[in-house]
Ligand binder design. Structure first.
Ligand SMILES: Cc1cc2nc3c(=O)[nH]c(=O)nc-3n(C[C@H](O)[C@H](O)[C@H](O)COP(=O)(O)O)c2cc1C
Length: 270
């Protein structure tokens, strides 16, 4: 009987022990564990999804000391900001990438003689070919006032400008960087357009090589080489190029060849 009682007591104790060790349901155990973990994270360990905490980690990884932590922190912030900005800011060319040749030109699109309504001016097309072949920088000469978009309007304004010169919208502020300057223009009334004269008068070309080029409707350079020489005192003015406007606009290969042959004559690598 004693043995039977002892066996019963033993079985009862085993049952109690088993029930205690499984106390509560499984969900409660896992929740309390998660809560403990989240407490740990918020007090001792930065959450990796937090931007501020990430910059803290970066600081420790870069070995910044406590003494410099404030300034280093702001530096790190700057680096992050700069890396974002640098994607949208154009890169400053290195010295070896800077050109010492400039192509400055005046040219109008819209309605032009012989070629109708055009999207890109005849002279601009030649200017771009020169820049492509020489690696030159381009500068478009513009006036503070808009030009008419019709050929008749241009005939009218060009005459008035002779007595009431237009003003430059922009000047070449780094002209000193260039040794060689190509000057491009359409022939107007057998001469330089007044805005081109204004451009030449407002820049210092002394000590530079100046090379004119034009587009036209039959006149060729028409004595403008001499006008450029007169307006660029102290410069060496080399032989210019004249391309018919309709050729510039409609015959790319002839225009490219004319420019290449001319550059070769000038001894400029094209
Ligand atoms: C006001 C004006 C005057 C012009 N005078 C002449 C001229 O005297 N001789 C000539 O051959 N072409 C003359 N042209 C034609 C232009 O020189 C020619 O169309 C040129 O290719 C236009 O170049 P752009 O499109 O670069 O402005 C004149 C054009 C205009 C608008």
């Amino acid at each position: 009987m004693k043995k039977v009682f002892a066996l019963l007591l033993c079985t009862l104790m085993c049952f109690c022990l088993s029930a205690c060790s499984n106390g509560g349901n499984p969900g409660e155990v896992s929740n309390s564990g998660a809560a403990a973990n989240s407490n740990l994270n918020s007090s001792t360990k930065p959450d990796s999804s937090d931007v501020v905490n990430n910059s803290t980690i970066d600081e420790s990884e870069t070995g910044n000391s406590n003494n410099s932590s404030t300034s280093e922190n702001s530096d790190n912030t700057d680096i992050t900001a700069n890396s974002t900005i640098s994607e949208s800011v154009p890169e400053v060319p290195s010295d070896s990438e800077k050109s010492n040749i400039l192509v400055a030109y005046f040219s109008l699109a819209d309605e032009q003689y012989e070629v109708g309504v055009i999207e890109k001016g005849n002279t601009e097309i030649i200017a771009e070919i020169i820049a492509e072949k020489t690696g030159a920088d381009l500068f478009k000469i513009t006036a503070t006032t808009e030009y008419p978009t019709t050929y008749n309007g241009l005939l009218d304004i060009s005459r008035k400008e002779e007595n009431d010169p237009p003003q430059l919208a922009e000047t070449v502020t780094n002209m000193a960087d260039y040794d060689t300057v190509f000057i491009g223009y359409p022939i107007w009334w057998g001469n330089l357009p007044t805005i081109v004269k204004v451009f030449l008068e407002n820049h210092d070309f002394s000590g530079k090589t100046v090379i004119p080029f034009c587009t036209h409707a039959g006149s060729g350079l028409s004595g403008t080489q001499k006008s450029v020489e007169n307006l660029c005192s102290g410069a060496e003015v080399k032989n210019g190029l004249a391309v018919r406007g309709s050729t510039a606009q409609n015959d790319r290969s002839a225009s490219e060849k004319a420019v290449a042959d001319w550059l070769a004559e000038l001894g400029i690598n094209g």
